[in-house]
Design a protein around this ligand. Structure first.
Ligand SMILES: Cc1ncc(COP(=O)(O)O)c(C=O)c1O
Length: 357
């Protein structure tokens, strides 16, 4: 992938194709369509004077809130300006000489590693293997020398959740071999019953878990994420190394209250269960498509018909093409699950596209 190829590039695409940005429906960024919780907006409105002071440079209250939510020690936690800041921060801290990346995967791991000159070894997740990693990954790790592995659970763009037993084996293998394992759980909040690997932190020193709050709580413009690890000395070093005040005062305050948004969390899971089922069943009816079973708030598919992206753009629907992902081409797409009427509009447009030829 080159440059900044991400979903949600509404302004860039509208400019490039001469379209009014406000008329596009954005299926290309995986953001909760319920919007930010009402209490978040109220808190920001009511704390405008927070801009007149520096935020706490140690983000004590925010770290305490995250630690409390995950029943771990504050010393295991560092918050960041989105998970993205922490991908770069943990990479700079680890300084791996050689790193393994699963492809396709989120672009920023590669960019962060390239910044510090790490040699990257790609591990292709193939269509034949259902785009899922399995124990063959451990065989590969035993034959190549790497200091670090990145894996996303669920993965972006495939939306697939690796097998839990496999993840356990990977954690144990990396612990034994002294390989840093960075598990990106940025989308795991969308899986109601999955607590991810944070409960295992105490037993590991090689595991680094990334979380994002921007997708689930619909605050990509505010920016907030965190990293947790049993390597508390490493977390302290990352805190000492990074630039001060990278999280703005609003994001820090908002982060302290998000874990208590139980009604919003329940409403999100309810919306997702029904709308993802709708999209999955509808997309599965098109013979032109191969759709992979989603686990998070987006769906991944292959389309035999060329140029679906451009055609849907004419319908003012922006989906994510995956041609810039290493290991994929322009026939693969990712779409976010959105609100009922938006999802219906997408399906209606696709019915038209596929029936009209
Ligand atoms: C797998 C994955 N990790 C991390 C991020 C970055 O999230 P944030 O907005 O918290 O920086 C993204 C954003 O798309 C992502 O897809």
């Amino acid at each position: 992938m080159r440059g900044h190829e991400h979903g949600g590039n509404i302004i860039g695409i509208a400019e490039q194709y001469g379209l009014p940005a406000n008329e596009l429906i954005d299926f290309s960024a995986n953001i909760n369509p319920l919007g930010a919780p009402a209490r978040v907006k109220a808190l920001i409105k009511n704390s405008l004077s927070a801009i007149e002071q520096y935020p706490d440079v140690e983000y004590r209250h925010l770290h305490q809130a995250i630690a409390k939510a995950h029943q771990c020690d504050d010393a295991s936690v560092i918050a960041g300006n989105g998970a993205t800041e922490l991908i770069y921060a943990v990479t700079r801290y680890l300084k791996p000489k050689r790193a393994l990346l699963l492809t396709p995967g989120f672009a920023e791991y590669r960019r962060a590693l390239q910044h510090i000159g790490t040699k990257i070894i790609d591990y292709p997740l193939t269509k034949a293997a259902g785009f899922q990693p399995d124990l063959r990954l451990l065989d590969t790790l035993s034959t190549i020398q790497v200091d670090c592995v990145f894996i996303a659970t669920p993965n972006n763009p495939t939306g697939l959740m690796p097998d839990a037993q496999f993840m356990q084996s990977l954690v144990e293998y990396c612990e034994r071999q002294g390989i840093a394992l960075i598990v990106d759980e940025s989308f795991i909040d969308f899986l109601p019953d999955n607590r991810g690997l944070i409960p295992q932190l105490a037993a590991t020193k090689q595991l680094y878990i990334l979380r994002s709050m921007t997708k689930f709580f619909a605050i990509p413009g505010l920016r907030l994420g965190y990293l947790v690890s049993g390597n508390t000395a490493g977390i302290t070093e990352i805190k000492n190394q990074r630039e001060p005040w990278s999280i703005n005062a609003f994001a820090a305050r908002v982060g302290e209250m998000l874990f208590d948004e139980h009604d919003y969390i329940a409403a999100t899971h309810q919306w997702l269960a029904s709308q993802r089922h709708y999209l999955w069943t509808q997309l599965s009816t098109f013979p032109e498509l191969t759709v992979w079973p989603p686990s998070a708030n987006f769906l991944f598919f292959h389309c035999d018909k060329p140029d679906l992206w451009r055609t849907l753009l004419k319908h003012r629907l922006l989906i994510r093409h995956c041609k810039h992902y290493v290991g994929l081409d322009e026939c693969y797409y990712r779409i976010a699950v959105r609100s009922e009427w938006e999802n219906q509009r997408l399906i209606a447009a696709m019915q038209q596209v596929f029936t009209c030829g």
